[in-house]
Design a protein around this ligand. Structure first.
Ligand SMILES: Cc1cc2nc3c(=O)[nH]c(=O)nc-3n(C[C@H](O)[C@H](O)[C@H](O)COP(=O)(O)OP(=O)(O)OC[C@H]3O[C@@H](n4cnc5c(N)ncnc54)[C@H](O)[C@@H]3O)c2cc1C
Length: 114
C-alpha cells in the first residue's frame, strides 16, 4: 500500500433507512471526490482533505437525522403523543422546507463553503 486512502458511501457513514439517503450520500461523495481532485489539480493529499472537510458534517447530519426519524416513526406512549401534536396540521410546504437541505445540495457551492 502507498499513500493515503479514503472511504465513501456506507463504509464511511452507514445510516439507518429512515431518510432514504444512503445511496444519495454515496453518489454525492463520489461527485465531491472527483471535483476535489479537479479543484486541487490532482494533488491527492489536498483533494482528500478537501473531500473530507466537505462531507463529514453533511453525512453525519444524515446519520443522526435518520436515527432521530426512526425514533419518531416508532414512537410509543407519551413520545408518540408529542410527535402527533407537533405534526398535526403541518402544511406540505413546511415538510418540504424541512428537507430542502437534502435536495438543494450543489457540489460547487459545497466546495466553495468547505
Ligand atoms: C432495503 C433498502 C432500501 C434502501 N433505500 C434507499 C433509498 O431509497 N435511497 C437511498 O439513497 N438509499 C437507500 N438505501 C441505501 C443504499 O442502498 C446504500 O446506502 C448504498 O447502496 C451504499 O452504497 P455503497 O456503494 O457505499 O455500498 P454497497 O452498495 O453496499 O456496495 C458495496 C459493494 O462492495 C462489495 N464488497 C463487500 N466486501 C467486499 C470485498 N471484501 N471485496 C470486494 N467487494 C466487496 C459488496 O458486495 C457490494 O457490492 C437502501 C438500502 C436498503 C438495504
Amino acid at each position: 500500500m502507498f499513500g493515503r486512502a479514503t472511504l465513501l458511501g456506507d463504509a464511511a457513514h452507514p445510516t439507518t433507512q429512515y431518510m432514504a439517503q444512503g445511496a444519495c450520500m454515496a453518489m454525492e461523495d463520489a461527485v465531491t471526490l472527483g471535483e476535489a481532485l479537479h479543484a486541487t489539480h490532482h494533488d491527492w493529499d489536498a483533494a482528500l482533505q478537501l473531500y473530507q472537510r466537505n462531507r463529514v458534517t453533511r453525512t453525519a447530519r444524515i446519520v443522526l437525522s435518520g436515527r432521530e426519524m426512526g425514533r419518531l416513526y416508532h414512537a410509543a406512549g407519551v413520545e408518540r403523543l408529542v410527535r402527533n401534536a407537533l405534526w398535526k396540521g403541518r402544511s406540505q410546504d413546511r415538510f418540504y422546507d424541512a428537507i430542502e437541505c437534502l435536495y438543494g445540495w450543489n457540489v460547487n457551492k459545497a466546495l466553495q463553503q468547505g
